[in-house]
Design a protein around this ligand. Structure first.
Ligand code: PAF
Length: 284
C-alpha cells in the first residue's frame, strides 16, 4: 500500500489508473479508523479497481472550543487497518498541503448547511464542503464513499457534487453499529465507561420511533415526544436536538411522508454524539 502526502503524488496515481483504464474510489476520513470507515473501504474495494483513503483532521470544520486539538490520532494503526482492508493507497497530507499560505476560497452549500447540526456548529459544513471539494479535485475519483451516520454531511456533499457538476458518484454507506446499537464513531473513544453504557439510548429512541412509524403513526410531534422521552430518561444524556426532516431540504415536517431523516444530537459529558435513521415512506 502506497502512503503519500502530496497532491502531486495523488494526481500521478490518478493519471496512472486512467492510462490503464482503471476506476478509482476515494474514502475521505479524519483517521482513528473504526469498522464504519473500514466498511467504506470494503465497498470501494468491491466497486472500484483502485481504492485511496485520505486521512486528514481538517481544521476548518472545527469551531472554536471544539475538539480539533484533542481529536484522536493514530496514523500507524490506521495504516495497518487500511492495508488489511486491501486499500491501495493512503493520502495523509500536512495542513499546509491543503491550506497553503494565502488560501481564501471556500465552498458553501446554502440552506442545507444551516439546519440540524449547522445550527449548533456554524461554519462546520463550509469546512467539510471545502475540504471534500479539495480532496475530490485532487484525487479525481470515479466514486467517493461517506457513512450515513453523518447524514447531513452526506446530503450536503451529494447536493454539492450535483450543483458543481463534479464528475464523481457520491455513495452513502449504512451506519456500522456496536453490538448494543451505538453508531461507530471516532469520538466514542472519549466516553467514560458510564457514558459509554448510557450512549445506546440514542439508537434505542430512534428504533422506538421507527416502530411507531412501522405501525402506522405519521404525526411527527407524537413520534418525537415518545423518542425524546426515552432519551431524557437517561440522566447522563443531554439532548441537543431531535428532529424529523425532509431529506430534500432538511426542513422539519409535521407529517411523515416521502424521504425522511430522523436525526439526533446529544452530549454525554463533553462528548457530542449524533445518530439518525432514514425512512422512505409512501408519499400519500
Ligand atoms: O466524515 C468525516 O470524517 C469528515 O467530515 C470528512 C468527510 C473526512 C471531511 O473532513
Amino acid at each position: 500500500m502506497k502512503v503519500f502526502k502530496t497532491i502531486d503524488r495523488l494526481r500521478k496515481l490518478r493519471r496512472d489508473t486512467a492510462r490503464n483504464d482503471l476506476s478509482i474510489g476515494l474514502v475521505p476520513t479524519m483517521g482513528y479508523l473504526h469498522d464504519g470507515h473500514i466498511e467504506l473501504v470494503r465497498r470501494s474495494v468491491r466497486d472500484c479497481d483502485v481504492t485511496v483513503a485520505s486521512i486528514f483532521v481538517n481544521p476548518t470544520q472545527f469551531g472554536p472550543g471544539e475538539d480539533f486539538e484533542s481529536y484522536p490520532r493514530d496514523l500507524k494503526r490506521d495504516i495497518k487497518l487500511l492495508k488489511e482492508a486491501r486499500c491501495d493507497a493512503v493520502f495523509c497530507p500536512e495542513a499546509e498541503e491543503l491550506y497553503p499560505a494565502g488560501f481564501c476560497t471556500t465552498v458553501t452549500v446554502e440552506g442545507l448547511s444551516e439546519q440540524l447540526c449547522g445550527r449548533y456548529r456554524p461554519g462546520h459544513f463550509r469546512g467539510v464542503a471545502t475540504v471534500v471539494t479539495k480532496l475530490l479535485m485532487s484525487a479525481l475519483p470515479d466514486r467517493a464513499y461517506f457513512g450515513r451516520k453523518d447524514a447531513q454531511q452526506l446530503i450536503i456533499i451529494e447536493r454539492m457534487a450535483k450543483d458543481l457538476n463534479m464528475p464523481c458518484r457520491i455513495i452513502g454507506v449504512p451506519t456500522v453499529r456496536e453490538a448494543d446499537g451505538l453508531a461507530m464513531s471516532s469520538r466514542n473513544s472519549y466516553l467514560t465507561p458510564e457514558e459509554r453504557a448510557a450512549a445506546p439510548v440514542l439508537y434505542r429512541a430512534l428504533c422506538a420511533a421507527k416502530e411507531m412509524i412501522d405501525s402506522g403513526e405519521r404525526d411527527t410531534k407524537r413520534i418525537l415526544a415518545a423518542a425524546g422521552k426515552i432519551i431524557n430518561s437517561e440522566p447522563m444524556v443531554k439532548l441537543q436536538y431531535l428532529e424529523a426532516v425532509s431529506r430534500e431540504n432538511l426542513l422539519p415536517v409535521e407529517t411523515l411522508r416521502g424521504k425522511i431523516l430522523i436525526a439526533v444530537a446529544a452530549f454525554l459529558g463533553k462528548t457530542r454524539l449524533i445518530d439518525n435513521i432514514m425512512l422512505d415512506l409512501e408519499e400519500s
